[in-house]
Design a binder for this molecule. Structure first.
Ligand code: DC
Length: 221
């Protein structure tokens, strides 16, 4: 049976994951957060004391690790070598590691099959950076979700409970945007067919409605 695939790409902090999770709940699809896979690889490198710049060290580690998802009543859990790391991957150190490992072609290749397999088996809303451009070029709906740097930094600030100051977060976001969009392999860019959704200044409710309505319109629901 042909599965419905919705691809959502965009920069970090644009609200992709919370909006995509919400839309998946409304539409009865499975939400797949591909950033979590890169974060799990980043965490594995960090734990082994491998530097972010040590490309060969990171590639060498791939043979020794397994990364994937397991479903649970609370939703998707991220599993690294059998361990649930869903919470451990959510901090700024792992964010920077994830961004670094995601620029390595062998790491992207390593995670590609996992992503495509999930999309072939279920109706999914998958979010990431290269879902429309590389992972699911035939997705039924392609969306590029973005917001201003200031809005995105504020969102991260509120999420972190004030753990990191706003100025530092703004700088980290700019740095990560640059890293993610200037890398040679699978850079963050809008697929030419992707619908652009800019959530700058929106309330959560407005953004949710915008995303759900856009998807419904496209799939004719
Ligand atoms: O969405 P996120 O912040 O959890 O993503 C973590 C990092 O992984 C981010 O710096 C970019 C990278 N990433 C990627 O290169 N491709 C994806 N499909 C998803 C994330």
């Amino acid at each position: 049976m042909k599965r419905i695939n919705v691809a959502i790409d965009g920069p970090s902090g644009a609200g992709k994951s919370s909006l995509a999770r919400y839309a998946a709940g409304v539409l009865g699809y499975i939400y797949v957060d591909t950033g979590a896979l890169y974060r799990a690889v980043g965490l594995a490198a960090h734990r082994r004391g491998i530097s972010k710049e040590d490309t060969q060290g990171i590639i060498g580690m791939l043979d020794d690790i397994t990364v994937g998802f397991e479903s649970s009543p609370e939703g998707q859990r991220t599993v690294l070598c059998g361990e649930d790391v869903s919470e451990l991957i959510r901090n700024e150190t792992v964010s920077m590691y994830a961004s670094a490992v995601s620029a390595i072609p062998k790491v992207r290749q390593f995670l590609l099959d996992t992503q495509r397999r999930i999309a072939a088996e279920a109706d999914v809303i998958m979010d990431g950076r290269d879902i429309a451009t590389v992972v699911l070029p035939n997705a039924d709906v392609k969306i590029f979700l973005t917001a201003s740097v200031e809005d995105r930094a504020m969102r991260r600030y509120l999420q972190s409970g004030g753990e990191v100051d706003l100025e530092t977060l703004t700088e980290l976001i700019k740095q990560r945007d640059k890293q993610d969009s200037e890398r040679e392999i699978a850079p963050l860019r809008r697929h030419e067919d992707a619908i652009l959704l800019d959530t700058t200044g929106n309330t959560l409710e407005q953004s949710r409605e915008l995303l759900v309505n856009t998807i419904k319109e496209r799939i004719g629901k």
